[in-house]
Design a protein around this ligand. Structure first.
Ligand code: SF4
Length: 193
């Protein structure tokens, strides 16, 4: 399946019950050749209404965080584990995550990213390891199949607890260093060494 077929098929999906209450399938944004993929857990209210990931206050904070290290929607791809909003912003159920993962797997196959950054616990548990502990293991690196994985606190968690921001700043610096290390053309990311 290519990008055009994928982006046409995904909005028709009703593989799980989240299709009953969504306004929009939040497919993902960014260049289709991005080497860095950010993955959150699922759309919130604003994302559901606009059909774009991370557009509410948490999204604004994410944009600000990424701009510190020369990253953003212009050079990274941003998606979620589930593409439809869980009601009342609850965590996506395991069954919903499993139903939706094939879409993300195809996106990742087409992108072939060098780095995948999980935003929050749910994405890290799904993509890095089941027992991932975000408080202990954020900012650490895991290599799987030639792709480098890490996790940051979800921007919503940083809005709730600004005391976590210094740790996240350090994690962003390790991400910046990893971009310099593994992306063939770091100049593409405005990374200042
Ligand atoms: S969350 Fe994913 S699997 Fe469920 S209906 Fe939406 S696109 Fe389909």
């Amino acid at each position: 399946m290519d990008w055009d077929a994928l982006s046409a098929a995904c909005p028709q999906c009703n593989r799980c019950e989240l299709s009953d209450t969504r306004h929009n399938v939040v497919f993902g944004v960014g260049p289709r050749d991005a080497e860095i993929l950010f993955v959150g857990e699922g759309p919130g209210e604003q994302e559901d209404l606009k059909g774009e990931p991370f557009v509410g206050p948490a999204g604004q904070l994410l944009d600000e965080m990424l701009s510190i290290i020369g990253l953003g929607r212009h050079n990274c791809y941003i998606a979620n584990i589930v593409k439809c909003r869980p009601p009342h912003n609850r965590d996506p159920l395991e069954t919903e995550q499993e139903a939706c993962m094939p879409w993300l797997r195809i996106q990742a196959k087409l992108l072939r990213p060098r780095i995948i950054v999980c935003l929050g616990r749910i994405a890290a548990m799904k993509l890095i390891k089941e027992d991932f502990k975000i408080t202990r293991e954020h900012g650490q690196w895991f290599e799987k199949g030639g792709i480098w994985f890490t996790a940051l606190y979800h921007p919503s968690a940083l809005l709730r607890d600004p005391g976590k921001r210094p740790e996240t700043f350090r994690d962003l610096k390790t991400l910046q260093a990893k971009v310099l290390e593994v992306c063939p053309d770091p100049a593409k990311y405005d990374v200042i060494s």
